[in-house]
Design a protein around this ligand. Structure first.
Ligand SMILES: NC(=O)c1ccc[n+]([C@@H]2O[C@H](COP(=O)([O-])OP(=O)(O)OC[C@H]3O[C@@H](n4cnc5c(N)ncnc54)[C@H](O)[C@@H]3O)[C@@H](O)[C@H]2O)c1
Length: 347
């Protein structure tokens, strides 16, 4: 394997330029050498940031995969365009780092895993929330048995007024889903990560689109809102008896935003934002605010990309393997299905 990994991008919009490109730029042993984006302006902006020359810009990722010798492809396209370039890049012999939500159906994730297995390359999904220093510390505490066996998780990412005004988020043809795919997937993933991805059994959920199209809510963005929901809420049961309640909104008549992950075990609990640990010791409830000091990581995307590169070099596991995000995607599929059927569904 080459000492310096040659990285190609598919999609250099908001998240690629805001997080991925700076993270790859700062990483020794990797160089961004090519970009494919259907929007020439986004490609040019990505190229300026990554130092990619014009002759290595493409309007079609197939052409890029054909013409360039790449080791890694980073996929930062809208949700509906995650699976096709991921499979194509794996078939071209590249390792792939793909943004969340991994895809728009469990069947797509299975196709991605099959392509990964055939290629013998690595596939990693961006779930950057796992890689804040606090989330890493909380996971360490949970894995060491600090809160015992977890039986209930709460995963909430509620925005009172926060319909995204950029990118493809509100366009169903490109994103397929709304806050459930955008922010629900983050809190669901982190909660499942703390719970070590138990096998899901059923989902009872609903989705709502009640206020997002009101001019007052959409004042910042005159585009039509076509994704199926502004709020999704549900209850998920797992084979081991544990459960998660999940809620995600872009628009809700609430006093403000409320982001919260809590996992509760028979020896204690962990809450994120603010990071708090609760344990029962010597007949007392001890609520403590941990200080995360020393051993700091790069944080979020940069830390996950660093770990992915280490995995490519055989120095650790793939940080977010698609087998885990397949579980997440089965639950997300279940949320929409349950909402449509008005009943609990098996996943
Ligand atoms: N992890 C996070 O914190 C986070 C934050 C924001 C977005 N995201 C995810 O990243 C993805 C992209 O979001 P964004 O905000 O960057 O959107 P964006 O619209 O700003 O960028 C997407 C880019 O993909 C390009 N594109 C679309 N179809 C393409 C194709 N067929 N081939 C090549 N390029 C194509 C677009 O032209 C655009 O430049 C989404 O899936 C989103 O869920 C993750």
């Amino acid at each position: 394997m080459r000492e310096t990994l040659r990285v190609g991008f598919v999609g250099t919009g908001g998240i690629a330029r805001g997080q991925h490109i700076p993270a790859w730029n700062a990483l020794p042993g990797a160089e961004i050498v090519a970009i494919a984006d259907i929007d020439p302006d986004a490609a040019a902006k990505g190229a300026a940031l990554a130092g990619v020359e014009e002759q290595h810009l493409y309007d079609d990722y197939e052409k890029m995969l054909e013409a360039e010798e790449l080791d890694v492809v980073d996929v930062c396209t809208p949700n509906c365009v995650h699976m096709p370039p991921t499979v194509a890049a794996l078939e071209a012999g590249c390792h792939v780092f793909v943004e969340k939500p991994v895809a728009i159906s469990a069947d797509q994730v299975r196709q991605m895993i099959a392509a990964r297995d055939k290629s013998q390359k690595l596939l990693c999904v961006t779930q950057n929330m796992r890689y804040s220093d606090e989330a890493i510390a909380a996971k360490r505490f949970v894995d060491a048995g600090g809160i015992g066996d977890i039986y209930w998780g709460r995963a909430e990412y509620l925005r009172a007024r926060g319909v995204p005004a950029w990118g493809a988020f509100i366009d169903a043809e490109k994103s397929a889903g709304g806050p459930c795919y955008d922010i629900g997937v983050h809190v669901l993933d982190l909660t499942l990560h703390f719970m070590n991805f138990p096998e899901p059994v059923s989902v009872s959920a609903n989705t709502w689109l009640e206020i997002a199209n009101k001019p007052s809510v959409m004042a910042h963005d005159p585009r039509k809102y076509t994704v199926p929901e502004e709020l999704a809420a549900g209850f998920i049961r797992f084979e081991n008896g544990s459960c998660i309640s999940l809620a995600a909104s872009w628009a809700l008549n609430a006093t403000g935003n409320n982001n919260n992950i809590s996992v509760f075990g028979n020896l204690g609990g962990v809450q994120m934002w603010p990071f708090t640990l609760v344990t029962e010791q010597h007949g007392m409830m001890l609520n403590c605010t941990p200080q995360v000091i020393g051993n700091k990581g790069l944080g979020g995307h940069a830390e996950e990309i660093r770990r992915f590169v280490a995995a490519i070099h055989g120095r650790g596991p793939v940080p977010v393997p698609p087998e885990q995000t397949l579980i997440t995607q089965r639950i997300l599929d279940g949320i929409y299905k349950s909402g449509q059927e008005g009943a609990e569904v098996k996943v």
